[in-house]
Write a protein that binds this ligand. Structure first.
Ligand code: HEM
Length: 144
């Protein structure tokens, strides 16, 4: 499906509570239905309506879940931006050399997180070792 391209002045026409659009990282978003659901409150979104809210969005330090949620409300891209769609989940943006902004998708890292796996098993390992130690010392006491 072709991506619709909007100019900032077109986005500016949608800045009411009943019709609320904004731009984040080159993506034009219709957040009208999201206003009441936004964990940060509807006021901040209404205040950013019709504008490029990329900086505000970034400054808050939104989670990856929030970044993924952006895609749900995308209605197009801002003029001068390019968006590559794929099976990726995370959204980012970069500034091209020509001063033209381009939105892109960062590939989802599918490599297992070894630190997390280790973090999960270490307590079991310690508990198991302690249990074995107790069993062995008890057996030793009984045989003496
Ligand atoms: C479609 C665009 C947006 C989406 C999907 C979104 C989503 C979210 C989500 C899921 C959270 C919960 C915390 C997290 O997971 O990071 C959040 C919190 C918040 N957001 Fe947004 N947000 C959007 C736009 C904005 C914008 C443009 C602003 C500012 C102008 C903003 C300001 C905030 C604030 C202040 C919080 C509360 C942070 C806190 O309590 O620590 N958000 N947002």
């Amino acid at each position: 499906m072709a991506t619709r391209v909007y100019t900032l002045s077109q986005v500016t026409q949608h800045k009411s509570k009943k019709d609320c659009w904004l731009v984040i990282n080159g993506r034009v978003l219709n957040v009208t239905k999201f206003l009441e659901e936004h964990p940060g409150g509807e006021e901040v979104l209404i205040e950013a309506a019709g504008k490029d809210a990329s900086k505000d969005f970034e400054v808050i330090g939104h989670s990856k879940a929030a970044q993924k949620l952006l895609l749900k409300y995308q209605v197009g891209v801002l003029e001068g931006y390019t968006v590559q769609d794929g099976d990726s989940k995370e959204v980012g943006y970069k500034e091209a050399k020509s001063n033209e902004m381009s939105a892109f998708l960062i590939k989802d890292d599918s490599t297992p997180n070894y630190a997390a796996v280790l973090e999960f098993f270490v307590p079991f390992l310690v508990a198991g070792s302690y249990f074995c130690y107790r069993c062995l010392t008890r057996t030793a006491q009984i045989t003496i």
